[in-house]
Design a protein around this ligand. Structure first.
Ligand code: GLU
Length: 433
């Protein structure tokens, strides 16, 4: 039975790198009808951990890749918090001292590194990796404060929890020979290791929490859909056999193979993520979007307006958070910056004023106020001027919204209604000397 795990150290927030590892482990477990375990490596924490633990669990739940066994759910090989397993590490370390494999020095317990052997493994992603034990030194497994070191506790837990595949970040490659020395001394078969590439920013530097947005809470607040984020993370180092860009996590779980993972550094390309997110937004029904947005992304906008606006902006929305911004001018009369208003054409200000007044006259007569009617009038109006469509319609757009990027113009006028449309045009005309 395949058993995999993620073993994050809770550091106050849930990191996108944790989601990345979780996705690959979750998918691998699913593909092999195995079990996906969450263990918390929390022995080194000065901070208060319960919140961090909660952040990780709720982020995995949001992404819909929750573990099968965890500190919260429990499971046959728990506890799954290292802080609750200290005795186990301490006893094992003492046994190793007794059997002569380890010794005490300065209150800590050190494991003896054997000479002249190779500590190597066939990495499922990278092939054979070997370390010469002569390059390695004796190392601390239990500190003087009686806490285990990462490399020791990690192995004891993977053994106790019957982990078959360790799928984790490449930053742990150099830890692996130390861990292998523990398996060797305990005469246990090590799991299969698969070291994934780390996530890198556009400049190829490792994603860093000081520089890059890495908190999953941030991704949620920006309005990335969990489906889009998972799809994006699946493409970090892995590629679809048919070179598809868009595929759901379940499809990833059917197709994943560790051998298909590339070792070259993937780049966390926000443009691509935003594009994918836009695609997933488009693929949702209006009602699904209304539910999502009204719940978390537009608390200040009345529901009936959200219902009206969704069909207007859905096609262009990249992130759910942009919704409020993109429709706010419907609700609140915008400031129209004068240079933006006059900047849509090269014609003189007086002429712009005249065209806006002409626009008001043309629309004043209109009664039905349907998108189709508004469009016909707009095009008739255009014929009476020497302006290009772009000049005319952008000028009206800015007059109505204070922005150059909005939903389609005539739909926007329809939603604004006749009275408000004319009021805003009159206001824009007044702005011009
Ligand atoms: N606590 C380690 C980390 O967060 C676990 C690494 C591993 O998966 O073995 O990187």
């Amino acid at each position: 039975m395949v058993r995999v795990r993620i073993a994050p150290s809770p550091t106050g927030f849930a990191h996108v790198g944790t989601a990345y590892m979780a996705l690959f482990n979750w998918a691998f477990a699913k593909k092999n009808q195995g079990v996906f375990v969450l263990r918390l490596e929390d022995t080194d924490q000065k901070r208060h951990v319960p919140e961090a633990e909660k952040a990780i669990c709720s982020a995995l739940k949001w992404l819909n890749i929750s573990p099968d066994e965890s500190p919260v759910i429990g499971g046959p090989f728990g506890p799954y918090r290292q802080s609750e397993r200290l005795k186990r590490y301490q006893e094992t370390a003492k046994e190793l001292v007794k059997s002569g494999e380890a010794y005490e020095k300065e209150g800590a317990i050190w494991l003896i590194m054997p000479r002249d052997i190779t500590l190597g493994w066939e990495d499922a992603v990278r092939g054979q990796i070997d370390f010469d034990s002569n390059q390695l030194k004796d190392w601390v497994i239990l500190k003087s404060d009686l806490n285990p070191t990462y490399n020791f506790a990690n192995v004891i837990d993977d053994l106790d929890m019957q982990i078959t595949h360790v799928i984790r970040g490449e930053e742990h490659i150099s830890n692996t020979p130390l861990q292998l020395s523990v398996y060797r001394i305990l005469e246990k078969e090590p799991p299969i290791f698969a070291h994934l590439p780390v996530l890198r920013a556009a400049d190829h530097k490792k994603l860093s929490k000081r520089r890059d947005p890495v908190s999953l809470q941030w991704f949620k607040e920006e309005g990335y859909l969990p489906e889009a984020l998972l799809n994006f993370l699946a493409l970090q180092g892995w590629s679809h056999p048919q070179e598809k860009d868009m595929f759901p996590a379940d499809e990833f779980a059917e197709l994943i193979s560790l051998e298909r993972i590339k070792t070259s550094a993937p780049v966390f390309d926000f443009k691509k993520l935003d594009w994918l997110n836009g695609q997933y937004i488009k693929s949702k029904s209006d009602q699904e979007l209304i539910d999502l947005i009204s719940k978390d992304y537009a608390k200040n906008i009345p529901l009936e307006l959200i219902e009206k606006f969704i069909p207007l902006v859905k096609e262009r929305l990249r992130k759910l958070k942009d919704f409020s911004e993109s429709v706010y001018f419907f609700i609140k009369v915008p400031d129209v910056p004068l240079p933006l208003l006059t900047g849509q054409t090269k014609h003189a200000t007086a002429e712009i004023k005249q065209i806006i007044d002409q626009t008001i006259k043309a629309y004043e007569k209109e009664k039905s106020w349907t998108t189709a009617e508004l469009e016909t009038i707009g095009h008739n109006l255009l014929e009476t001027t020497s302006w290009t469509p772009r000049e005319l319609f952008m000028t009206i757009r800015v007059a109505l919204s204070g922005k150059t990027a909005t939903p389609p113009l005539f739909e926007m006028m329809m939603v604004l209604g006749k009275e408000e449309t004319l009021r805003r045009l009159a206001y824009a005309s007044k702005l011009l000397p």
